[in-house]
Design a protein around this ligand. Structure first.
Ligand SMILES: Cc1ncc(COP(=O)(O)O)c(C=O)c1O
Length: 400
């Protein structure tokens, strides 16, 4: 018998640092879009562990790949060749469009940290004196000191100053502001093409093309953070592919191994060559178990054409949300594929998320007035219909 919610809450209160305001639910199982709690109650998951479980919970191909590798070899470090690491890199580079080299990490923050280091190292030979990174306001790039400095959310930075120097933030979709921010000390621009943690704010096509052009004109690297948007979440394998631009560095994590901790940065061959032996490293990253999981995940995402499903069901979800907007509770609907956010007309997002959880639907609230939906990419119309009917009731209830 797994521990009950009450037992876990007691242990958590006594032994775990309180950095998360956890919801009062203990999940013990999952399959596809469904989760089960310690009492056997079922839930529909519209969060996917914050955009990680793109294949759905307990995908059999990932489970089999992990179990097989666990029985063979778990860890020997990056000092040696192991099965799955180079194959996973090849597959990732193929999905990115080719011509890149990969460094493995363990998380999104670590992938971005590596990208920032690579940009600084590249600048030593290619743009002497440049070390800065310009990012967008409302962006999220991680919680390590450098990625926190890169994150365009002052409230998250306040208690941890002084932060590493060289980071500045400009409004998303404002090319003039970016042009003004880039100077001879700027090594890179880093953006999410759909901002996730900030509340699902998409960059426009004109902006993304303009950013690439500005970077080219000023000999500045373009880093695209695909940690949340990657692995078919928005439809294409990576969100930047929809814009037809070529980044210099791409960072990924979250869904790469369907929920196991892995991240990576990929850089064009010429930028990647700035890293030399000893410049960067990690004990665990690129291990055979997570890389076996990553290979199985990428294979299944492609075989099941889940990018097409993300596109199709994402359109359906936004269509149904537009119908709901007539109720007067929804001010704006944003997103791409199955990365969707709505701004409510009243600051009741947390209350709405709690009320939905009580009805067995897991969604995420951001700030006071944004709800975010990131279901596994196996989501179908029936699950969207279930969400929408509960959402209509809940918004009427919490808004009154
Ligand atoms: C766009 C983006 N970058 C970076 C991160 C940080 O990833 P991690 O939490 O794995 O360090 C996140 C996490 O939400 C993210 O959404």
């Amino acid at each position: 018998m797994p521990a009950s919610l009450e037992q876990l809450q007691k242990l958590d209160a006594e032994y775990v640092m309180h950095t998360f305001a956890r919801k009062p639910v203990a999940f013990v199982r999952g399959e596809g879009m469904r989760l089960q709690d310690d009492t056997g109650r079922e839930y529909l998951d519209f969060v996917s562990g914050i955009g990680c479980v793109n294949l759905g919970h307990a995908h059999p191909a990932v489970t089999a790949a992990v179990c097989e590798q666990m029985g063979k070899l778990v860890h020997v470090s990056n000092l040696f060749y192991v099965e799955h690491r180079d194959e996973a890199a090849e597959q990732l580079v193929r999905l990115l469009g080719g011509g890149m080299k990969v460094f493995f990490a363990n998380s999104g923050a670590e992938a971005n940290e590596g990208a920032i280091k690579l940009a600084r190292k590249w600048a030593l030979a290619n743009k002497p004196g440049a070390f800065g990174v310009v990012t967008a306001e409302r962006s999220f790039h991680g919680r390590t000191m450098a990625t926190l400095a890169a994150t365009g959310q002052p409230s998250k930075q306040e208690s941890f100053k002084p932060l590493p120097e060289g980071f500045s933030h400009v409004p998303l979709n404002d090319l003039d502001a970016l042009a003004e921010a880039i100077d001879p000390t700027t090594a890179a621009v880093m953006i999410e093409v759909v901002q996730g943690e900030g509340g699902v704010w998409p960059a426009t096509k004109q902006y993304v093309h303009g950013v690439r052009k500005l970077c080219d004109e000023t000999n500045t690297l373009l880093i695209i953070d695909e940690v949340q948007t990657g692995f078919f979440r928005t439809g294409p394998a990576f969100a930047f592919l929809a814009f037809g631009i070529e980044p210099d560095i791409v960072t990924v994590a979250k869904a790469m191994a369907n929920g196991l901790p892995i991240g990576a940065l990929a850089a064009t061959d010429s930028v990647a060559s700035a890293f030399e032996p000893g410049d960067h490293g990690s004990t665990f990253a690129g291990g055979p178990v997570v890389c076996a999981a990553a290979r199985a995940t990428m294979d299944a995402l492609i075989a099941d054409d889940l990018g097409a499903n993300a596109r199709f069901i994402g359109e359906y979800l936004r269509g149904r949300l537009s119908e709901l907007a007539a109720s007067g509770h929804v001010a704006e609907i944003r997103g791409a594929g199955l990365m969707c956010g709505i701004t409510l007309t009243k600051p009741v997002a947390a209350e709405a998320a709690t009320a939905l959880l009580e009805r067995g639907i897991v969604v995420n609230s951001i700030g006071t007035d944004i709800l975010r939906f990131l279901p596994p990419l196996v989501c179908g119309r029936a699950e969207v219909d279930t969400l929408l009917s509960a959402l209509a009731d809940v918004l009427a209830e919490v808004s009154s």
